[in-house]
Write a protein that binds this ligand. Structure first.
Ligand SMILES: *Cc1c(COP(=O)(O)O)cnc(C)c1O
Length: 390
């Protein structure tokens, strides 16, 4: 568990990695290995792949990946961590570890779309039922849980439409029925929402976003506090061959000391841009958890300590998709692209009705990732692009 006597910023800058004697320095060494060598047959027979004080084969991890795992577990407030080659791979590893034919899976209707795609595949081809629930269901989830429900996914907030779920209420209901709750905690980066304190059993992170911060690495992580749960997911990690690159791991380690400074800068800039947008006549709603237009805003105020750089806006329904598309095309500083958490601002339109079982808003939704540019320049860019709506 995290050392509660240290602040997050100190944890992010501190490493337990021990370089070889006589070669002390701050960076973690990049250990490349597929084959690992043993002194003799007895040493080979004695070593176990789950023991992280030594290694047996590069696929199960190296000192580089074990160092990142230990640091992520500590930062997130858990005990165990497993790395995966992407955020989506981490999601798949959790599903495959905990679900079997005949089981039931519950996923919020606003979930990251590839998670939904996977759930639908599990339902179609693997004999698992996948049900999508209202992310604002809160305590009401108790009535939806079935005797064969084996996993409840949550995402806080949904990373496109931004509803903030009542995670403590969902976890209480799930715990009463013995069902583990997994949280996609990417939006808050493990910094602005302390998942284990709120009752979550499994945290998933797309390290691709804030942890990397460079828009250049794909990686995911699964963090747990419970040893038995960790062992089950570790079996899936091994059976699926979820190895990650040592060089990519190094890049993520290199980003950690600045992660909170970056996150806080994204947060301040995003709130400034969102406040400006909220006063604009073209915008119907600012879907940013720190603003009262956003469903679940009161829960965000209760449970979160920050917001990062990702939010969405809904244009007034009078603007057709061609007009909001031309708004995005007219942006100069904002680039058009998926993903987020990097230094550059991004804009992406989403066709919400095709992504949801239920979507009641009429206007076009555009998601913004606020990067590390000066927010006044970003506001000027949006102001000039809004002329294209006329
Ligand atoms: C990006 C993202 C993922 C998946 O991460 P990848 O590394 O791109 O596979 C999962 N959840 C959320 C909320 C994301 O934004």
């Amino acid at each position: 568990m995290a050392d509660d006597s240290k602040s997050l910023q100190t944890l992010l800058t501190t490493t337990d990695y021990r370089p070889p004697e006589g070669f002390a320095a701050f960076p973690t060494a990049i250990h490349h290995a597929s084959t690992v060598l043993f002194r003799n047959v007895a040493a080979l027979r004695a070593r176990h792949w789950q023991d992280k004080t030594s290694y047996t084969y590069g696929l199960h991890g190296t000192p580089t990946t074990f160092t990142l795992e230990a640091r992520l577990a500590e930062i997130e407030g858990g005990r165990h961590c497993l790395l995966a080659p992407s955020g989506l791979a981490a999601i798949a590893m959790i599903d495959l570890a905990l679900l079997a034919a005949g089981d039931d899976l519950m996923v919020p209707d606003n979930v990251y779309n590839p998670n939904r795609e996977l759930a639908n595949w599990l339902q179609k081809d693997f004999g698992i039922t996948a049900r999508f629930y209202d992310p604002l269901v809160g305590e009401g989830i108790a009535e939806l849980i079935r005797p064969n429900t084996k996993l409840i996914w949550t995402e806080a907030p949904g990373s496109v439409s931004m509803e903030v779920p009542d995670i403590p209420a969902i976890c209480r209901a799930a715990k009463a029925r013995g069902v583990p709750v997994a949280l996609d905690n990417t939006w808050a980066a493990g910094l602005a929402f302390r998942a284990f304190d709120h009752g979550v059993d499994i945290v998933m992170q797309a390290l691709t976003k804030y942890h990397s911060g460079g828009s250049d690495v794909l990686m995911g992580a699964v963090i747990t506090a419970d040893q038995a749960l960790h062992r089950r997911i570790e079996m899936a990690h091994m059976r699926l061959g979820m190895g990650v690159s040592a060089d990519d791991t190094y890049l993520v380690l290199r980003g950690l000391p600045t992660m909170k400074l970056r996150f806080d800068a994204h947060d301040a800039a995003a709130r400034k841009v969102a406040a400006w947008l909220k006063a604009r006549p073209e915008i119907a709603k600012v879907l940013h958890p720190a603003f009262d237009d956003c469903p679940g805003h009161a829960i965000w105020r209760r449970d979160f300590t920050g917001a990062g750089g990702l939010f969405s806006v809904l244009f007034h329904p009078q603007y057709a998709e061609e007009q909001t598309d031309s708004f995005i095309d007219s942006l100069k500083l904002f680039k058009i692209g998926y993903s987020w958490g990097g230094a550059n601002s991004l804009a992406v339109p989403y066709r919400m009705a095709s992504m949801r079982s239920r979507w009641d808003e009429a206007g076009q939704l555009v998601r913004l990732n606020i990067g590390l540019e000066d927010p006044d320049d970003l506001i000027a860019d949006i102001a000039q692009a809004l002329h294209s709506l006329a």
